[in-house]
Ligand binder design. Structure first.
Ligand SMILES: [Zn+2]
Length: 517
């Protein structure tokens, strides 16, 4: 037998440098062994297993380059509160969740939005006590910037004495936590109380979900969610068991911590500024609607410099969250200084989000060969040209500069694509559609570039382009088979309906849609 698997009967979109579309691909020993055109196609007898694509398109395994693994798994495993309209509805959803949760174990609710419930506030612990007296309960905001606990839940942790802790008439915490300072340490204490099996189940849920959405690899942003960062240890220990590859970015400012895992990278969504929704994105000029505010930088230049300089010296890649032009400016000038002092080393430092860059920033990114790690799904959800969120937040000029993919590419920048899951749940096909047929056509890129953003470039962004990202001999047998050829659907609304039919990781079928192959 020449091959373990032969895929034929549909376009094999290689995403190689010539953007070739082949007719078949064969696999041997977990690697791609050969790719070719119809005239040199091997017979079915040459392969132990033949997958007839029946016209479906085969892509390199899709790669989500920015995924918060633990919060995604937490969201998927919790009562979903995205649609609740009242506090009574919230309590009912949590009660249902408590009925399928063994007594004594935590009941979680996620996706709560106070602006969606008619009371326009979080439920307090007295209300949450009505859910169950046999379960501690934690409910979290959709943004993960707030939450609430019932009385048994509250008794298990020590809530910090900071602004944002809700208080009852007697001055005691009422269970509602409305600031990051109040919520984050409380949430990470709750997570640290969970048995390792439950933390691992969060990772597994995220990985399973990603696999069904066609992802074969994730850059997992880990740490900062569980006291003691046990999630990093779990992923590193059980890597081989998940249905997707997870590449860890350990979100810490302490270089010593990554060394115990021999990681070659540090950071991830290490925030240098906030986000647009909260008017905390760091801007050079104020928000038009809030002329007194232009967000803020969370760290001094010196703090950022210290970590980048130390990491660069030791040959370690870094990544930081920088959305606004002022945060991007801070980070790029730190990179420029460090590279100026120590030389360029092909470390591929990443700027996460890179949402509002100016021409100068795009040129600096390209010149220093840094990576813009972006989330095209954001533009699909918030960037509509009319009545869109960007237009509400900004003046026209800045709204039009948000996430301006073709301009970044034109200036020589490399973009890798992610979801920022659970902000938008892992869905690389949606991200690709947003790059090809954006609600604002000024954001459209070619089909090949759109595919590269979620395949080759994502692999390149973590130094894996020799093993992943295209369908070429010698690379890992990671594939995503989709129901329509993106080249044929470019410029048609139906590109948004692209669906995963099969996910193959390391030559193993990890997911397949029912009744197709
Ligand atoms: Zn993020």
């Amino acid at each position: 037998m020449d091959f373990d698997m032969l895929f034929r009967g549909g376009p094999v979109i290689t995403v190689n440098r010539h953007a070739d579309v082949a007719d078949w691909a064969a696999v041997k020993d977990g690697k791609i062994a050969a790719v070719g055109s119809a005239q040199d196609q091997p017979t079915d007898a040459c392969a132990a297993r033949v997958v007839n694509l029946k016209g479906a398109a085969m892509l390199p395994g899709l790669y989500d380059a920015h995924c918060h693994v633990m919060p995604t798994g937490f969201f998927l495993d919790s009562a979903n509160l995205l649609e609740v309209k009242s506090i009574a509805g919230t309590l009912a959803a949590l009660k249902k969740q408590s009925e399928k949760t063994p007594k004594g174990e935590w009941v979680f609710g996620a996706g709560f939005m106070s602006q969606n419930v008619k009371e326009n506030r979080f439920p307090n612990r007295f209300e949450l006590d009505g859910v169950s007296d046999a379960h501690p309960v934690l409910l979290t905001a959709q943004t993960l910037h707030g939450g609430a606990l019932n009385t048994p839940g509250l008794s298990k942790i020590s809530v910090p004495d900071v602004a944002g802790v809700g208080r009852d008439e007697a001055g005691q915490p009422d269970g509602v936590l409305l600031s990051d300072e109040a919520f984050f340490p409380s949430m990470s204490q709750v997570m640290a109380l969970l048995p390792e099996a439950r933390l691992r189940a969060f990772i597994e849920s995220c990985a399973q979900y990603a696999c069904r959405r066609g992802a074969t690899s994730l850059v997992g942003l880990l740490g900062q969610f569980v006291d003691g960062d046990t999630d990093v240890a779990i992923v590193e220990r059980h890597k081989a068991d998940f249905p997707v590859n997870i590449t860890t970015f350990y979100q810490t400012w302490d270089l010593e911590k990554i060394k115990q895992y021999k990681l070659q990278r540090i950071g991830g969504c290490l925030t240098l500024d906030g986000a647009g929704f909260e008017y905390t994105m760091a801007l050079q000029e104020p928000y038009p609607a809030k002329s007194e505010r232009r967000g803020f930088l969370i760290h001094t230049d010196e703090e950022v410099y210290r970590l980048v300089s130390q990491a660069h010296r030791e040959g370690i890649q870094t990544a930081f969250h920088a959305l606004g032009d002022r945060a991007i400016d801070q980070l790029l000038y730190v990179f420029r200084q460090v590279i100026g002092e120590q030389g360029h080393k092909d470390l591929r430092h990443r700027v996460e989000h890179f949402s509002l860059p100016w021409d100068k920033h795009m040129d600096m990114l390209a010149e220093m060969k840094l990576i813009a790690s972006m989330q095209p799904a954001f533009t699909g959800i918030w960037g509509e040209p009319r009545n869109g969120y960007y237009d509400l937040l900004f003046d026209r000029e800045r709204a039009a500069r948000m996430e301006i993919f073709p301009e970044i590419i034109k200036r020589g920048g490399i973009i890798c694509g992610g979801s920022d899951s659970p902000v938008t749940l892992v869905d690389p096909l949606y991200g690709i559609a947003c790059c090809i047929d954006n609600p604002d056509p000024r954001r459209n890129v070619s089909v090949q570039d759109a595919l590269k953003i979620f395949t080759y470039n994502a692999a390149y962004s973590v130094h894996q382009e020799r093993e992943k990202g295209t369908i070429e001999p010698g690379k890992d047998a990671d594939f995503t088979i989709v129901d329509r050829n993106p080249y044929e659907y470019a410029g048609r609304k139906e590109i948004y309906g692209m669906k995963t039919l099969m996910t193959v990781k390391d030559a193993e079928i990890k997911y397949q849609a029912a009744g197709i192959f």
